[in-house]
Design a protein around this ligand. Structure first.
Ligand SMILES: [Zn+2]
Ligand SMILES: [Zn+2]
Length: 144
């Protein structure tokens, strides 16, 4: 598949701009994740993820700087070896897609955030006032 076979795309980069990437549209979803692993990995109250089919994902520069870390028995997180920006997540539970941190895009994607996951695990200092669906509970994906 060549880059021009997707109808639209958004580009992004890490903080030092060494790692550059591109995600082709349509993306699969966009959600806020409040799980403890995302929070620690990104040093943030929650992480906003964009699901991208792997065949629509390209690292266009700095691939040699991409480092990864096994954050669970099924998941791997990728970050820039130079600046440490946490960029993406892949899981053996859904090998057909890669989750990319929305904050690292510098061009708009094809959708707005749609729901929250692991909402029950949010920090007590996180206040959310939006009308989006909140999923949480034991699995992180049940209506709460
Ligand atoms: Zn970097
Ligand atoms: Zn998470």
């Amino acid at each position: 598949m060549t880059d021009n076979s997707v109808s639209g795309a958004a580009r992004g980069a890490c903080l030092c701009r060494s790692v550059q990437f591109k995600a082709g549209f349509p993306t699969l979803f966009c959600c806020h994740c409040h799980c403890t692993m995302c929070r620690r990995a990104h040093g943030a109250a929650y992480v906003t993820w964009v699901g991208v089919p792997v065949e629509q994902w390209r690292v266009t520069a700095g691939a040699e700087l991409l480092r990864s870390y096994e954050s669970s028995d099924h998941g791997r997180r990728m970050f820039c070896g130079n600046c440490g920006s946490t960029l993406c997540y892949e899981s053996s539970h859904h090998p057909e897609r890669i989750d990319v941190a929305l904050a690292n895009f510098y061009e708009p994607i094809d959708r707005a955030p749609e729901f929250h996951v692991f909402f029950s695990d949010r920090t007590p200092w996180t206040s959310i006032g939006d009308e989006l669906m909140k999923l949480g509970g034991e699995s992180g994906f049940e209506p709460v």
